[in-house]
Design a binder for this molecule. Structure first.
Ligand SMILES: [Zn+2]
Length: 212
């Protein structure tokens, strides 16, 4: 295991984040008002099981201990790594600071951008998002322009459509997806982090082939 993963394992995300913002236990997760956008009802969720955080409100940010620190303290990945290494007493090798690791942040951004476009595509253009789209526009009376502006998306029922797409079509590594807060391990399977969240009764096609 490399140092990045080793450090992540040693830090409990709930105790780290609660040093910055007050977290309240709600069921299996912890919640708070999001520190990254203005809101009144808490939509910032920390999952101790998955060791990740995510804002389901306006900013839609999310990730692990590193990304939280990067966002909160406005740091580069390498700086966050140094801080957390010191905290956990994990010795960093110089190789951690070469180009490979600082490009990690770029990969995370890139993956999140693809995910945004992917889910938006599913909602607006794919058969699997049809029901969700009519729910949003007809039942919830959501202006289609808002769906475009905020790039609202839909995750199909199957639960690994984004992971399948990124791994088999885009040739990303499983670890990249997990690092980016887009997937997690369920046994040996990689599952999408975003699934069955808002609308569970989708038509659920198993693979989204047309998106590219
Ligand atoms: Zn937020």
């Amino acid at each position: 295991m490399d140092e990045v993963a080793q450090i992540r394992e040693k830090i409990d995300i709930v105790s780290l984040i609660s040093e910055y913002i007050p977290l309240k236990k709600m069921g299996r997760n912890f919640k708070s008002v999001c520190p990254f956008h203005n809101e009144k009802t808490p939509s910032f969720v920390v999952s101790p099981e998955r060791q990740i955080w995510h804002c389901f409100g306006g900013c839609n940010k999310g990730g692990d201990v590193y990304t939280f620190l990067m966002e909160y303290e406005n740091l580069e990945f390498v700086e966050a790594l140094r801080i957390l290494a010191k905290r956990t007493g994990v010795q960093l090798r110089e190789s951690n600071f070469d180009a490979g690791i600082s490009s990690k942040k770029e990969t995370i951004y890139k993956l999140n951008k693809i995910a945004l476009e992917f889910y938006h595509y599913v909602l607006t253009k794919h058969e699997a998002g049809k029901k969700a789209l009519s729910y949003l526009t007809e039942k919830r009376k959501l202006d289609p322009k808002l769906i475009e502006t905020f790039m609202i998306g839909f995750s199909p029922r199957e639960g690994a459509s984004l992971a399948n797409y990124l791994i088999s079509k885009k040739k990303y590594k499983k670890e990249d997806l997990i690092e980016a807060g887009l997937a997690f391990y369920s046994g040996s399977r990689v599952m999408d982090f975003f699934r069955k969240e808002t609308i569970s009764k989708s038509t659920g096609e198993s693979r989204i082939e047309a998106f590219s």
